[in-house]
Design a protein around this ligand. Structure first.
Ligand code: SF4
Length: 328
């Protein structure tokens, strides 16, 4: 309970006593869910009430090592499932909550428990789980046919239709064939799947082939999100060798999108500014960058499509070739 607010400082009363949070006004915390760790003198905001982009990082462990990973994995794991469950229970009504890692399904039974327990008390909430889909098993199908999973969509990366190329990108031999096996499990479980493909120099020329593969083999997906690389994690220091700029070379993306559109596949573009796309393709661009990590450049001032545009990640270098914008 808030007992005092002054400038960028707010004091609250709790069962464990009084605590003060500095650096943010009380109004900026209203309705949020915070984890307070008094011994560490730390407050961590788990849920922002006013943001549509809330994500819980359930583990930093991963069994893949993607060349462009934005959140390079760690070997250690701190189990915070119980805390996340409490946070979800306190979330605003009808919120969509992201679950990410590392690889969340390394702890899939705990993840399933969390989803099901929350559904029993808060059926209004829904989840989007980012997963490499390497760890589902046939035994999961019955469980995943339960009503809780109608509130869950699974964001699953697929980088190429060639197994060697996909495996090379994710740094795991056999990942592609495991993924295909597990797509079959997920489809039998009626899982809602969002396919995700990051554009890289390595897979960009093969994108049209991937579109053919998706349209013929993965027709039941809910969405195919094709996305621009994020300038963070491993990609930051490998940017020159990994990044593609659709503004300068749109041909593979055009071909993939045309094929998807022709076959009525639900394709969408993430993290690509609208001015980097030909006009006919801008309707596929989603304002995908979370509000708290989004920026626009000074040249964007006056752009008439700014409100619809994803802009750039806050940490994207202004001098990068991809950041040469042309206001619309
Ligand atoms: S000029 Fe800026 S706001 Fe306009 S489309 Fe380009 S990146 Fe987006």
């Amino acid at each position: 309970m808030l007992v005092e607010a002054e400038g960028n400082s707010a004091t609250y009363a709790s069962k464990a006593g009084l605590f003060t949070i500095d650096g943010v006004a009380a109004s900026g915390l209203a309705g949020d869910v915070l984890l307070i760790q008094p011994r560490e003198q730390r407050a961590e905001r788990l849920i922002r009430a006013t943001s549509p982009h809330n994500t819980l990082l359930v583990t930093e462990r991963c069994d893949q090592l993607c060349v462009m990973c934005s959140q390079p994995p760690k070997k250690t794991h701190v189990d915070r499932f119980a805390l996340f469950e409490e946070a979800c229970m306190l979330a605003p009504e009808n919120m969509l909550i992201g679950i990410t890692g590392g690889e969340p399904t390394l702890y899939r039974h705990q993840l399933f428990d969390l989803i099901e327990r929350i559904y029993r008390t808060r059926p209004d909430l829904s989840f989007h789980v980012l997963t490499n889909a390497q760890h589902f098993e046939n035994d999961d199908i019955d469980r995943m046919l339960g009503p809780a999973y109608a509130r869950v969509s699974w964001g699953i990366p697929l980088y190429a239709s060639q197994s060697a190329l996909h495996d090379e990108i994710v740094g795991k031999r056999g990942a592609f064939s495991q993924l295909l096996e597990n797509f079959a499990i997920l489809m039998r479980a009626g899982a809602r799947i969002e396919l995700r493909t990051v554009l890289l120099r390595g897979n960009y020329p093969a994108l049209p082939e991937l579109a053919h593969f998706v349209a013929s083999r993965l027709r039941c997906i809910e969405a195919w999100s094709i996305m621009q690389l994020e300038h963070s994690g491993f990609a930051r220091r490998r940017w020159a060798s990994l990044a593609v700029n659709p503004r300068l070379d749109f041909a593979p993306l055009r071909e993939a999108m045309d094929w998807s559109f022709l076959h009525q596949m639900p394709v969408q573009l993430f993290n690509i500014p609208r001015c980097a796309l030909p006009e006919d393709y801008r309707r596929f661009a989603v304002a995908s960058i979370s509000d708290w990590k989004q920026k626009f450049l000074s040249a964007c001032d006056g752009c008439r499509e700014r409100d619809l545009c994803c802009g750039f990640f806050e940490w994207h270098p202004d001098q990068d070739e991809c950041a040469k914008v042309t206001p619309l």
